[in-house]
Every structure is written in structure tokens, then in C-alpha cells.
Design a protein around this ligand. Structure first.
Ligand code: NAP
Length: 259
């Protein structure tokens, strides 16, 4: 599937677990060289081992997407390990809940710094090599929450995820002449370590609200990322791809036999 990605050098931020791990495993299986990035070095190395055990090529980098120096060092390490940076999956994100009336500036800054500023810093660090080689694929992990829906406790999160789409649209125009595309994946509720921290009641309510009656898998996000990185997706830029099992479709709560 999408053979054109074979051999490409791919950075995935937030790849030590959850959706990022799923994206990294899919690129590894597709024959790419994968740089697995997270703050926790041991967990990132664990994903490298998984990719290697499956016959793929991977390395890890310990870095924080909120730090410009770390993002530059991440790109330098990837150039040294793999000789190029063809694809960036800007996926690292956090989603702690805080109600608006009691949200602190620190709560707001943490979420926006990681999810939105982290997108900016990781994308910007990749631009130079991508522009020089006249090829690049920038794939952001946004969400349905913010761009399409709201959820109590996530004003900061929704703002950061909608902000990624605003960032994407202008970035896509600016980099198009270099053969670089910028797109976003907008997941619904995907079974990850981070989401399970929301607790069983949250997960039950989400499953009941999804027409397919199940959470998505990290591989279902990873396959879409591989497609967006492929030559087959060369003319797609500045777009958001919703992957949510139909969660954003119903006009009412799902309670009937057809629902
Ligand atoms: P997760 O299971 O909590 O994993 C988050 C990953 O991001 C980890 O690898 C974590 O590793 C890394 N990370 C967090 N802060 C970082 C930082 N400052 N610098 C570098 N890495 C950092 O989360 P997830 O559910 O997979 O979510 C991943 C992305 O998908 C997020 O952007 C999230 O908003 C989005 N998303 C998730 C869902 C869902 O249902 N799960 C739905 C829509 C959108 P370290 O802590 O070691 O750094």
C-alpha cells in the first residue's frame, strides 16, 4: 500500500505511545526510516524496538516540542541518522481538563504551548531541509474537539486544536511552491493511554455516541498519515481529514435501534 513512501525519513513527535506510536509503527511497516520523538527516552526506545522487531528502521530522540532548541536538535539528529527529513508528523499533544471558571494561566499555557506552539516549532525546524530538497509532507494531529465540537473542560484544548487548522491553512500556501504539503488529521475518540486516563465512564459515553459503537485504533490514524505522506496525496494540501467512526454526524444522541 502506498509504495511511494518506502525509504522516506519520517519524524513523529509524541510517538512513545498512543496515536504517535500507531503512526510510527505504520510508517515503519511501510518501509520508512522513523525518528521516534518524546520527552521520555526509555518509552521512545521501546517503540524503536517494536519497529526494529517488525523488520523496520527507526531511531529515537528525546525532546520537548515546546523548546525551539530541542526541535532543531531533533531535525539535526534525523539528518545525521537518515540523511533527510521528508515527513513530519506533528502529533505530540496533551489534554488535561480544566473548567473555564477555574482555569489558570498555567493550565492554558501548558496546553497551547504543547499543542499549538509545539506544532509551530516542529514544523519550522523541518522547513530548511524540506525547502532545499523541494519535497515535504507536514501532517498535524488536530482533533474533532475544537474545529467541530466542544467538550466541557477543554476550552484551552479546543482552541489549540482549532488553532492548528488556522496555522495549517496559511502554512500550506507559504510552502506550496517548495513541493511541501501541510494537512491535518482530525481524530475522534481513539483508544490510547492518554484517552484511557479520562476514565471508564468517559469512554462508555463516547462509544455510545459513535455510530460505529467503538473507539478508533491508533493504526486507523497511522494508515491515514501514510496516505497523506504518499505521492498519491501530492495534490492534497491545507485539508483536515476527520477520522471518527461517524461521531460528528448524528443530529441527536444515538438511542434508537438504527442509531
Ligand atoms: P497520549 O497517549 O497521552 O500520548 C501523548 C504523546 O505525546 C506521548 O508520546 C508523550 O510522550 C508526547 N508528549 C506530550 N507532551 C510532549 C512534549 N511537550 N514534547 C514531546 N512529546 C510530548 O496521547 P494521544 O491520545 O495519543 O494523543 C496524541 C495526539 O492526538 C494529541 O495531539 C491529541 O490532542 C490528539 N488527539 C487524540 C485523540 C484521542 O482520542 N486519543 C483524539 C483527538 C486528537 P512524553 O510524555 O514522554 O513526552
Amino acid at each position: 500500500m502506498f509504495e511511494s513512501v518506502r525509504g522516506r525519513s519520517v519524524i513523529v513527535t509524541g510517538a512513545s505511545k498512543g496515536i504517535g506510536r500507531g503512526i510510527a509503527l505504520c510508517f515503519g511497516a511501510a518501509g520508512c526510516k522513523v525518528m521516534v520523538v518524546s520527552r521520555n527516552a526509555d518509552e521512545a526506545r521501546g517503540v524503536v524496538d517494536e519497529i526494529s522487531a517488525a523488520g523496520g528502521t527507526a531511531a529515537s530522540f528525546s525532546g520537548d516540542v515546546t523548546r525551539r532548541d530541542d526541535m532543531q536538535a531533533m531535525v539535526d539528529a534525523t539528518l545525521e541518522a537518515f540523511g533527510a527529513v521528508h515527513v513530519l508528523c506533528a502529533n505530540a499533544g496533551v489534554f488535561p481538563a480544566a473548567k473555564l471558571e477555574s482555569m489558570s494561566e498555567a493550565d492554558f499555557d501548558k496546553v497551547v504551548d504543547t499543542n499549538l506552539k509545539g506544532t509551530f516549532l516542529s514544523v519550522q525546524a523541518c522547513l530548511k531541509p524540506m525547502q532545499a530538497q523541494k519535497f515535504g509532507r507536514l501532517i498535524l494531529t488536530s482533533s474533532i474537539t475544537g474545529p467541530i465540537t466542544g467538550y466541557p473542560g477543554w476550552t484551552h484544548y479546543g482552541a489549540s486544536k482549532a488553532g492548528q487548522l488556522g496555522f495549517m491553512r496559511t502554512a500550506a500556501i507559504e510552502v506550496a511552491r517548495f513541493g511541501i504539503t501541510v494537512n491535518a488529521i482530525m481524530p475522534g475518540n481513539i483508544a490510547t493511554e492518554g484517552l484511557s486516563d479520562m476514565g471508564p465512564e468517559y469512554l462508555r459515553r463516547m462509544e455510545a455516541a459513535i455510530p460505529m459503537r467503538r473507539l478508533g485504533t491508533v493504526a486507523e490514524i497511522g494508515h491515514a498519515a501514510v496516505f497523506l505522506a504518499s505521492d498519491e496525496a501530492a495534490y492534497i494540501t491545507g485539508q483536515g481529514l476527520v477520522i471518527d467512526g461517524g461521531q460528528t454526524l448524528p443530529e441527536t444522541a444515538l438511542d434508537g435501534p438504527e442509531g
